[in-house]
Design a binder for this molecule. Structure first.
Ligand code: FMN
Length: 431
């Protein structure tokens, strides 16, 4: 059956449907996005009757100002079983509009979208960006997928590695703005995880600097041996030392691989950073799900909802349980990642200290050779400069890993006695 929009649908108006920051609403659909249920707030704000809503596709409230690419990304992710957050401008029955930040989650047999009133500075930027995307879609005749690519490209330019990363950042900002609007205390756990992100980006840059520094000195021990061989037999010890230096620096280079996570296969930007974004999304979404469940239970208790609403409360309960478990799992995996990083950074520093003692030995030996060693001095000087550089980089890496570890630890759920209450995840965590 194809759905026909009611003739009663009015033309779009540049007038907003007012609703309060306290108002949380949700709708449940089947697997195709056909509305099955929702709460009273959803029905009231959309302006449609339940008879019109139930059985209608969700696009019944689609606003023509929405870029196609946003829905393309939404459905692409939903079909993969991934929860997704998005800013959506909707159209009420009378043609007025209202903006929401929606978290759409797959559930058994369909999806649930929970919505809140957006109010952060991200929202202001998104409104302007949607206008640009829409203009591009119209001018260039972009299809949904092409529009989605434009959106992803724009997000990359803004420093978001993916749409998921952006929507995580957005929901965290929206929850903070919501807390402020409701005069609530800031969520310190969410804040800690949010603060871990720029620290990790900085850490990633320092790691790259470390890799580059080691790359730069690769040829030095070989040069040293060549120069030392010209000083034979007096240069013999220097040859041996430079040989040692090379072996040891190879070991350090190998360890740089271990300074990555997932058994050295991936670097920070590929693993920990996306997982922190995921943790941020899950934590913020979990709070939203908890609130919507609580307001729905209260509404049910006050007989403000339709008959059969208990089913919806049950759906919200199951969804909250699922979010709670997955949030715990992702935080554990992030915590494990940063613990590995912190340990690797300490090992690396120890290895570099060993390497440095070989450099000192080389200097001593060159000193013993006196004026004969003049030709060795430029290469030894290069090593000195290298060690000054990596010592400083390692110092920054150590303090950044410690900081990230502390922030992630502060974001973990705690039990009443203050001990960390988490269990290793049974399987992978995805979103
Ligand atoms: C649970 C759920 C909630 C949705 N909520 C909205 C919504 O509030 N507004 C909207 O325009 N589309 C919503 N959609 C997406 C619509 O299904 C549809 O993709 C969108 O309106 C664009 O329609 P179109 O691709 O046919 O142009 C929702 C989808 C799901 C699964």
């Amino acid at each position: 059956m194809t759905f026909q929009f009611s003739a009663a649908r009015n033309a779009e108006k540049a007038e907003e449907v007012a609703f309060d920051v306290e108002d949380l609403f949700f709708s449940r659909t089947d697997g195709r996005g056909v509305i099955a249920a929702g709460n009273e707030v959803f029905q009231r704000i959309s302006g449609y009757s339940w008879e019109e809503l139930v059985g209608a596709p969700h696009k019944i409230i689609r606003h023509s100002d929405m870029p196609k690419g946003v829905f393309y990304i939404l459905w692409e992710r939903l079909k993969k079983g991934l929860s997704t957050g998005a800013y959506v401008k909707n159209r009420a029955r009378d043609g007025r509009y209202y903006w929401v930040y929606a978290v759409v989650s797959p559930i058994e047999g369909g999806y649930v979208s929970v919505r809140m009133k957006p109010g952060s500075s991200v929202f202001k930027e998104v409104k302007a960006a949607y206008g640009d995307f829409l203009k591009l879609e119209r001018e260039k005749g972009l299809g949904p997928e092409e529009s989605a690519n434009v959106i992803r490209m724009r997000l990359k330019e803004l420093g978001f590695p993916s749409y998921a990363a952006f929507s995580s950042y957005a929901i965290a900002q929206e929850m903070s703005a919501r807390d402020a609007a409701l005069f609530r205390m800031e969520d310190s756990r969410l804040r800690s995880l949010k603060d871990a992100l720029p620290t990790l980006v900085e850490l990633h840059k320092e790691q790259q600097a470390l890799f580059a520094a080691f790359e730069k000195i690769r040829g030095i021990p070989a040069n040293m041996r060549i120069v030392a061989s010209r000083l034979e037999p007096a240069g013999g010890p220097i040859s041996a030392i430079s040989q040692n230096y090379r072996l040891m620096s190879d070991e350090v280079t190998n360890h740089l691989g271990g300074f990555r996570v997932d058994n050295g296969n991936k670097n920070l930007s590929e693993t920990v950073i996306p997982r922190i974004y995921l943790g941020l999304f899950m934590m913020a979404a979990c709070r939203l799900q908890r609130e919507v469940k609580e307001v729905s239970m209260a509404a049910l208790g006050k007989h403000m909802e339709r008959d059969g609403f208990q089913t919806e409360v049950d759906v919200l309960s199951t969804m909250l349980d699922d979010y709670t478990i997955r949030t715990g799992s992702v935080l554990v995996s992030v915590f494990n990642d940063v613990s590995v990083l912190a340990r690797s950074a300490k090992d690396l520093r120890q290895l570099v200290t060993g390497l440095d003692s070989i450099r000192v030995l080389c200097r001593v030996e060159a000193g013993r050779l006196g004026t004969q060693s003049a030709s060795l001095m430029p290469v030894i000087g290069q090593l000195d400069a290298f060690h000054v550089e990596i010592d400083a980089t390692l110092e920054r890496i150590m303090s950044l890993t410690d900081r990230v570890k502390g922030l992630v630890e502060a974001a973990m759920p705690r039990s009443f006695n203050g001990s960390l209450r988490y269990h290793p995840p049974a399987g992978g965590v995805s979103r």
